[in-house]
Design a protein around this ligand. Structure first.
Ligand code: SF4
Ligand code: SF4
Ligand SMILES: [Zn+2]
Length: 151
């Protein structure tokens, strides 16, 4: 079945198609959700999301100031903003997320949204077996290889 990627094109540049919460919920993977409860500090039943631009958004992302800002400026995302990287990006609460935004937004600006999403998926594949992984995965859950995502 073809996945509708539209809701996954987060304005901040953190592509939702490789987000752990999105993948765990899409796959109905309770074991994965249980692991994520510790990471996000919320119970399992709150770990659901169908993408930043869907009508089922994870609580933290629902109130994201970056999303609000892009929407107020009537732009698709920060890749269309001349103020990037602004104070909202600078104060993004998760350091590794901020690093990802700073990497990803210029790529999206260069490639356009569709190709950017494809590239984001490619960089989250296991280099040994090609299995699709989530952003930040340390080990491939199919072949067990250690994963080193490019910066
Ligand atoms: S939790 Fe946030 S980053 Fe993950 S899919 Fe939902 S909106 Fe996207
Ligand atoms: S001001 Fe910042 S958060 Fe708002 S669209 Fe521009 S780069 Fe994104
Ligand atoms: Zn693998």
């Amino acid at each position: 079945m073809e996945v509708n990627k539209e809701p996954l094109a987060a304005p901040c540049g953190l592509y939702c198609g490789v987000c752990a919460i999105y993948i765990a919920h899409r796959d109905g993977n309770l074991k994965f959700k249980e692991k994520l409860t510790a990471v996000y500090g919320v119970p399992c039943d709150e770990l659901h999301c169908r993408g930043c631009l869907s009508d089922d958004v994870f609580a933290y992302c629902r109130v994201c100031p970056i999303k609000t800002c892009a929407s107020e400026r009537k732009i698709e995302g920060c890749h269309h903003c001349t103020d990037f990287p602004c104070g909202h990006i600078d104060s993004f609460p998760i350091p590794v997320g901020k690093q990802e935004i700073l990497r990803s937004v210029p790529v999206r600006r260069d490639l356009g949204t569709e190709q950017w999403m494809e590239e984001e998926e490619k960089r989250c594949r296991c280099s040994r077996c090609g299995n699709a992984l989530f952003r930040g995965a340390k080990r491939c859950n199919a072949c067990g290889a250690a994963v080193e995502m490019e910066k």
